[in-house]
Write a protein that binds this ligand. Structure first.
Ligand code: GLN
Length: 473
């Protein structure tokens, strides 16, 4: 049993060949067979089986929601009532959530079946899933390679068909980069589209929730169900969530921009570069206008991102102090040693590095030089990005400079890994939607993604164009 979209599953169910109960069993078998990927930190076997029986009953009575037959995994930073959420950190090991976040609630209301909790980099910081306190996730296409990160478990689970879809979070590329490495669709909506209520915060002005799927159709469906106003997140836009229409005629004469600075990037793999050029040619041949635009900010993307996100993280992660909840060091003897030891022992190296960096850029005497400057630069990048969209519908680029890299590389310099994010962070810095489509296959056997960015709240057009590109394949 292998499915690529919910509509395929629903067809099978309505023709009487399949039930949710059977479907869940088959996913559970596959999860068991692929345990070595380390994608799931926890599988809700019994619960998923029971829920499947209930959904089958609802289907019989014609009362099932839109997601009946959708078996989904959630990244380990989504709060789900009475389930553990650890952000793949030791500091939250065995922490049980008292409530479900809005995105999770909305999926459950439509009868999605949540099958388990997916591994990720600790507090969603990383690009390889190797910063999880529970071990890395292997790439299903080649188990000696990383899955990408931080939502590596979410990407690997969908790629290996351990569930039909999954949820991830994207602060600087954590949905799109692993989607590219594993060969699935990964979508980050505009900032302010999906409620972050119940998502463990990393950098609050960047974080967005989004889906991983095999098809653009499922991405659109999940997005539309999760998006829209919510009283628990005041940063949400009240703009209407428009429905995508995949039946309309092929788009004509679109205007698409690309950056020479990106194609000339020294770290860009030559085959990925060629694929991007081929895609540009293909689009031109189909009657679209595809032109280079100057984007001189590319080299500043990663520094802007790391200054602001670490500052926000240092503040967001202050709550893990050994007092309120989570890990408390058994060696603590007073308040100060409770703070110090719990945080020292509870957090991993990368998270500590970022807390220190964030505290530094916010500290008096350095605030203006780093944090203040990065905020100004962020504003300029946002304006520059908006300017591009005055003349273009989309910006196209590779999602990542290379394909999935080997597990276990030693990084003496953490900024080498930070450069993975060079093409993805612009969307987070400027709050716009972006998607990675699995359009590339490298001669090394690994998949890679092409990224499309659209103006803020242009999800409908972005998804429709994505479907068109996937069909052209
Ligand atoms: N790789 C980026 C980082 O380490 C992205 C993380 C994310 O999007 N959550 O910060």
């Amino acid at each position: 049993m292998e499915f690529n979209s919910l509509s395929q599953i629903q067809e099978e169910i309505s023709s009487g060949n399949l039930s949710c109960a059977k479907l869940v069993d088959s996913y559970l078998d596959r999860i068991e067979e692929n345990k070595d990927l380390n994608a799931f930190l926890e599988v809700y076997s019994e619960e998923a089986r029971l829920l499947a029986i209930q959904v089958d009953e609802k289907l019989k009575n014609g009362k099932a929601g839109k997601l009946a037959g959708m078996v989904i995994g959630i990244k380990d930073n989504f709060c789900f009532a009475d389930h553990t959420v650890s952000a793949s950190s030791k500091i939250l090991e065995n922490f049980n959530s008292l409530f479900s976040g809005t995105a999770v609630e909305r999926l459950l209301k439509e009868d999605a079946i949540i099958i388990g909790r997916l591994n990720c980099d600790e507090f969603a910081m990383g690009s390889s899933n190797e910063y999880s306190a529970y071990g890395p996730v292997k790439n299903p296409n080649d188990k000696s390679k990383v899955s990408g990160g931080s939502s590596g478990g979410s990407a690997a689970a969908v790629a290996a068909k351990l569930c039909l879809a999954s949820l991830g979070s994207d602060t600087g590329g954590s949905i799109r980069q692993p989607a590219s490495f594993c060969g699935v669709v990964g979508f980050k909506p505009s900032y302010g589209r999906i409620s972050r209520h119940g998502l463990i915060a990393f950098a609050s002005s960047f974080d967005q929730i989004g889906p991983f799927t095999q098809s653009v159709e499922d991405t659109a469906l999940l997005y539309e169900i999760m998006a829209g106003e919510d009283e628990f997140d005041s940063t949400l836009s009240s703009k209407e969530v428009e429905k995508t229409d995949f039946n309309k005629p092929e788009p004509k004469a679109l205007r698409i921009a690309y950056y020479n600075e990106c194609l000339d990037n020294e770290n860009l793999d030559p085959e990925i570069r060629q694929k991007t050029l081929d895609l540009i040619d293909q689009l031109k041949a189909e009657g679209h206008t595809v032109e280079p635009v100057e984007f001189s900010w590319l080299d500043t993307m990663v520094p802007i991102y790391y200054v602001i996100t670490t500052a926000e993280a240092s503040s967001n992660l202050a709550r893990y102090d050994g007092v309120h909840y989570g890990y408390r060091s058994p060696n603590a003897t007073d308040l100060e040693s409770t703070y110090k030891l719990s945080r020292t022992e509870g957090f991993g190296t990368e998270v500590k590095r970022r807390i220190l960096l964030g505290t530094f850029v916010l500290s008096s005497g350095y605030y203006d030089a780093y944090y203040g400057k990065a905020q100004k630069a962020r504003r300029l990048v946002k304006e520059e990005t908006q300017k591009i969209f005055e003349n273009f519908d989309f910006i196209i680029s590779p999602t990542t400079p290379g394909t999935a890299f080997p597990l276990g590389q030693e990084y003496k310099d953490p900024t080498v890994l930070y450069l993975e994010d060079i093409f993805t962070v612009q969307a987070n810095i400027s709050g716009i939607p972006a998607i990675s489509l699995p359009l590339g296959k490298h001669s090394n056997g690994l998949p890679f993604g092409m990224q499309l960015m659209a103006p803020a709240f242009g999800e409908k057009e972005l998804l429709e164009f994505s479907q068109y590109l996937m069909n052209k394949g």
